[in-house]
Design a protein around this ligand. Structure first.
Ligand code: SAM
Length: 346
């Protein structure tokens, strides 16, 4: 072992140790509205001006802003009157609420919900199951009953999950040529971010968002404009209720919620409903076959442990599930972004 490698160890150790401090600094600056204020302001602002406008302590705000500079979420300019802060390109693009690519709601879901579940990670590893009872005092018998324990939580979940499709949606929908599929069902389609990408890329397609009734209601009211005639809705429980016939079924971040037996149950039902020649498109983040990463996917798989009943999987694990349900001609496309695509045919 070389001494250079030895020298790197403490750096890696401290970086990992401080990981959650970094997350919380970014979440807090977002929550307080630092990036929104700096976007709206005519020019850079002093720490005192930001503290006053956002109603915080001057001492707390100065330290928060300096840490954001260290993290390259803010830039700073030293003038004779003191330090003046401005957004970086990254924060303007992703951390302001008004940006079309805003991740604000995703970050808030992490900060207010996922962070609390992760407090019980050790228990989750010991128990091998999610931690809703410890974290929120609700039964986890019905997974989405626990996730949607209040209307407010459900809406936060919908906004949080939808945000990523402004970054990755086009890549997963364009991973395969889906133009031959015109009648598309997005099962567990939630707020419709992917449905919107789909109709915008494939002009002959119509997409039906199939989801639990209360999710569909909110999707209609808040997310999908009523004039969008190519997106329709279907209220149902995909485990219990019929799934209508379609050319293509999209399952985006659905199978990762569930254990293999539930995935098999759902895929077999879809196979039965599908037209001959029809397809199923899985949109998931994929683990390497040799267990070497990607680290983001490994972290998400841990998150599935604390928050759901499933896990992230490798392409061969998904192929096995699809094959067992009767699908063939399975193709895997890595997009190079966070989410990848797998297409199977009946
Ligand atoms: N596909 C969306 C995306 O990737 O942004 C949402 C994925 S989210 C992890 C899982 C979705 O499945 C939620 O919208 C949830 O309401 C829906 N869902 C869960 N159980 C369901 C069921 N039994 N029937 C229909 N939809 C269900």
């Amino acid at each position: 072992m070389s001494s250079t490698q030895d020298l790197d160890y403490p750096q890696i150790l401290f970086q990992y140790n401080n990981g959650f401090l970094v997350s919380k600094i970014m979440f807090t600056a977002c929550e307080l509205g630092v990036f929104d204020l700096l976007l709206e302001s005519e020019g850079p602002l002093s720490s005192d001006a930001i503290a006053e406008r956002l109603g915080t302590s001057a001492s707390g705000m100065e330290r928060l802003l300096d840490a954001c500079v260290g993290l390259k979420l803010l830039g700073v300019e030293m003038k004779s009157e003191g330090a003046f802060y401005r957004n970086t390109e990254l924060s303007n693009l992703y951390l302001t609420k008004s940006s079309p690519k805003s991740q604000y709601h995703n970050l808030m879901y992490y900060s207010k919900t996922i962070y609390l579940c992760w407090h019980y990670l050790t228990d989750a590893v010991r128990d091998g199951k999610n931690q809703y009872e410890r974290a929120f005092g609700v039964s986890s018998k019905d997974l989405f009953g626990a996730l949607y324990r209040s209307e407010e939580e459900m809406i936060k979940f919908m906004y949080g999950l939808n945000a990523i499709w402004s970054i990755c949606g086009r890549d997963v929908i364009a991973a395969f040529d889906l133009s031959a599929f015109t009648v598309i069902y997005d099962l567990g389609g939630c707020a419709g971010g992917l449905a919107q990408e789909c109709i915008s890329l494939y002009p002959n397609s119509t997409v039906t968002i199939y989801d639990l009734p209360k999710v569909v209601q909110v999707a209609k009211e808040r997310f999908v404009p009523p004039e969008e005639r190519r997106i329709t809705f279907h209220e149902g429980d995909f485990f219990k209720d019929p799934i209508p016939e379609a050319d293509l079924y999209i399952l985006a971040r659905i199978l990762h919620d569930w254990a293999d037996d539930k995935c098999m149950q759902l895929l077999a039902k879809i196979h039965k409903a599908s037209k001959p020649g029809g397809g199923v498109l899985l949109v998931e983040t994929l683990l390497n076959e040799d267990k070497t990463g990607p680290i983001e996917t490994q972290l998400y798989s841990m998150n599935m442990l604390v928050q759901a009943e499933g896990k992230e999987r490798t392409p061969s694990q998904y192929s096995k599930l699809l094959t067992a349900a009767g699908f063939r001609e399975i193709q895997v496309k890595k997009t190079g972004k966070l989410y990848d695509a797998i297409l199977g045919r009946k």
